[in-house]
Design a protein around this ligand. Structure first.
Ligand SMILES: Nc1ncnc2c1ncn2[C@@H]1O[C@H](COP(=O)(O)OP(=O)(O)OP(=O)(O)O)[C@@H](O)[C@H]1O
Ligand SMILES: [Mg+2]
Length: 214
C-alpha cells in the first residue's frame, strides 16, 4: 500500500503544486516509486510541468496522472510507494475526500493573515470532519525577507493548534526551475537547493513521526 500525502488549500497560488513536485523529486531520489495525482484538472500545472521535464530528459523521472476522482486515483495504490495528491485551487468536496484518503496533509500558505485565516479555517473544517489534527501540517511558502512577518505567521499557526512544518522563501530561481521542468530543490543555485532540501526534510521527518505514533 502506498503512503498517501495530500497537498491542499483553501486559496489558489499558495504553493501546492510546488510542494507536490518537491516531495515527488525528494522521494524519487531516495528510490521510492512515486506518482503525483493531479487533481487540478482546470490547470493541470503538474501535468504540464512533467511534460517539460520529460522533454528535457530530467532525472529522476516522475509519474504524473490526472484524475477526475479520488477513488480513481486510489486505484493506483498497489503500484506505487507514494501517491501525492496535488489539490485544486479552492477547497471543494474533493478536498475533504483527499484528506480522508491520505496519511498526511500539507496545507501550504502565504504569510499574511489574508492567507493564514482561510488556511486555519480549512484545517478546522478537516478536524470537524474527523481528520486527526496530527495528520495536518502547515507550511509557509513564498516567504519574504521579514523575520517579524515570518515569526508572526509561525505563531499564528501554532496558536491555532497546528504543527508548523517550515518555510520556503520566494526565489526567482524557484519559478525558473518550475518553468524548465525542475523542482524547487533543482534550481541553478546550490544555496537555494540546500535550503529547500532542509525544508522538505523537516516535512518528511514530521510525517515519519506521525506515522510511527499512529
Ligand atoms: N518559493 C517560491 N519562489 C518563487 N516562485 C514560487 C515559489 N513557490 C511557488 N512559486 C510560483 O508561484 C506560483 C504558484 O505556485 P503553485 O503553482 O505551487 O501554487 P498552487 O497552490 O499550486 O496554485 P493553484 O492553486 O493555482 O494550483 C507558480 O508560478 C510557482 O512557480
Ligand atoms: Mg496547483
Amino acid at each position: 500500500m502506498a503512503l498517501k500525502i495530500g497537498i491542499i488549500s483553501q486559496k489558489g497560488g499558495v504553493g501546492k503544486s510546488t510542494l507536490s513536485r518537491l516531495l515527488a523529486v525528494e522521494y524519487s531520489r531516495n528510490g521510492w516509486e512515486v506518482k503525483i495525482a493531479d487533481m487540478d484538472l482546470s490547470q493541470g500545472t503538474v501535468t504540464e510541468w512533467n511534460r517539460i521535464r520529460m522533454e528535457n530528459d530530467i532525472e529522476p523521472k516522475i509519474a504524473v496522472e490526472q484524475f477526475m476522482t479520488v477513488k480513481d486515483a486510489i486505484k493506483q495504490d498497489a503500484h506505487y510507494d507514494l501517491l501525492i495528491f496535488d489539490g485544486e485551487p479552492h477547497s471543494t468536496k474533493k478536498t475533504l475526500e483527499i484528506a480522508q484518503a491520505c496519511d498526511f496533509m500539507v496545507l501550504p500558505t502565504g504569510v499574511t493573515v489574508d492567507d493564514l485565516m482561510p488556511t486555519i479555517k480549512l484545517a478546522h473544517e478537516l478536524k470537524r470532519n474527523g481528520i486527526d489534527r496530527k495528520k495536518i501540517g502547515i507550511a509557509l511558502s513564498r516567504v519574504g525577507d521579514s523575520h517579524s512577518e515570518l515569526n508572526g505567521a509561525k505563531e499564528y499557526i501554532e496558536e491555532a493548534g497546528y504543527y508548523y512544518l517550515g518555510m520556503l522563501q520566494e526565489k526567482t530561481s524557484i519559478g525558473q526551475a518550475h518553468d524548465s521542468g525542475r523542482a524547487a530543490n533543482e534550481t541553478a543555485f546550490k544555496s537555494v537547493n540546500q535550503a529547500t532540501d532542509q525544508f522538505i526534510q523537516a516535512i518528511v521527518d514530521r510525517m515519519e513521526l506521525v506515522k510511527t505514533k499512529a
